[in-house]
Design a protein around this ligand. Structure first.
Ligand code: KG4
Ligand code: ZN
Length: 356
């Protein structure tokens, strides 16, 4: 009965999340409060607003996760909390809350890297050994990394400008998809995926970015500007105003989704070849993990599947609820670190955080 049990706390962006996970990967309790609806209304995340909402909800969310788990705080092995990367004001709320909690409970503290947590989530649901390639694609991040160990990551490429989810959210807003009743409760990426099903991806000839760049980096802002112009042109042609759904909206959504999928697939292909040339990945049956909010897109998964077939790799994607930000991945990363004896702090007095 001497299982390790970790409470994980996540506040790096716009979700206040907590979970209790044990050593075997059982999720004992979880709670999340999403700010998406608030930020949709303001057209993006305003950091002080996000900070305020985290402050209002964090105590309740942590309490809910703990109560659901039926683990008493004294039985916790440690508290794990996202400390980077993310919005400083948002991170500060989770960090200051956690530091108070560990001081009160006299428990070890485990600082967690948000992107490493996304990358390792797959090991909670499947038996995946190191090394594996991780493609992390969300609203705030875009990177390809080789995971060689619990805290050993080789960064192979990242976005030179914005993340794909950010770009999809901007396009969805430019197309006013949230005014569309079917899409009102969806994130921009989800709304585009939904609408793209009714569109023809070949209606517009959008070029995948960085086709000549011999590296594994990404870029999305150029494509976003091209789409902006296209939307403006269509608004003129159709005589519609901003805020009204264009009849070309579904075709635009399909073409954008297709182009983003091509870009992601091609860069991933390069990363696999690069790693194999240097014997960093097995020549056969290597595992590629796609995670982050954008990885829940089924069209993008299909495009990655084509690369998997060509390179004899296996694609693994955590279930959608684990792809988006959550407390489970933070708690799980805490378990992984505890087991590996890595980065566990028993003394937290020197750690500074944004004062209230
Ligand atoms: O991982 P996540 O919840 O938060 C971070 O950004 O860290 O990812 C959210 C992003 C948003 O930009 C959202 O539009 C995008 O993931 N997203 C999707 C889909 N579902 C969420 N993008 C494309 N297709 C989807 N089905
Ligand atoms: Zn994330």
């Amino acid at each position: 009965f001497l299982h390790k049990v970790v409470l994980g706390i996540e506040t790096s962006c716009d979700d206040t999340a907590a979970a209790v996970v044990d050593e075997t990967g059982d999720v004992l309790g979880e709670a999340i409060h999403s700010q998406t609806q608030v930020h949709l209304k303001t057209g993006g995340i305003i950091p002080p607003v996000a900070q305020q909402l985290h402050r209002e909800h964090i105590a309740r969310i942590v309490q809910e996760a703990l109560s659901a788990s039926q683990v008493s705080p004294s039985e916790l092995s440690a508290v794990a909390t996202t400390v980077k990367p993310g919005l400083a004001l948002s991170l500060g709320v989770g960090l200051s809350f956690s530091l108070q909690l560990v001081a009160q409970l006299r428990k070890p503290f485990i600082p967690i890297h948000h992107m490493e947590a996304h990358a390792l989530t797959v090991r909670l649901t499947s038996a995946v050994d190191f090394p594996f390639l991780a493609l992390l694609i969300s609203g705030g991040h875009c990177l390809l990394a080789l995971a060689r160990g619990v805290s050993d990551f080789l960064l192979l490429g990242q976005s030179l400008d914005i993340a794909p989810g950010d770009m999809l959210d901007k396009v969805a807003r430019r197309l006013s998809l949230m005014n569309h009743p079917e899409c009102s409760a969806m994130s921009g990426g989800e709304a585009l995926e939904h609408l793209a099903k009714q569109g023809n991806k070949l209606s517009f000839d959008l070029k995948p970015p960085m086709q000549r760049a011999k590296n594994c980096d990404f870029s999305f802002s150029g494509l976003q500007h091209v789409v902006d112009k296209l939307v403006m042109q269509k608004e003129k042609e159709e005589g519609r105003e901003q805020g009204q759904l264009l009849s070309a909206a579904a075709d635009i959504a399909a073409a954008v989704q297709h182009t983003v999928a091509c870009h992601l697939a091609r860069r991933t292909h390069r990363a696999i070849l690069f790693c194999r040339q240097r014997d960093l990945l097995p020549q056969k049956d290597a595992v590629v993990v796609a995670s982050g909010g954008v990885a829940s897109n089924l069209y993008i998964r299909k495009a990655l599947g084509v690369v998997m077939n060509a390179t004899e790799c296996t694609l693994l994607c955590p279930p959608p609820s684990l792809c988006t930000d959550n407390g489970i991945m933070i708690a799980w990363n805490g378990i992984e670190r505890l087991r590996a004896g890595l980065g566990v702090l028993h003394e937290t007095e020197g750690i500074r955080y944004e004062p209230k």
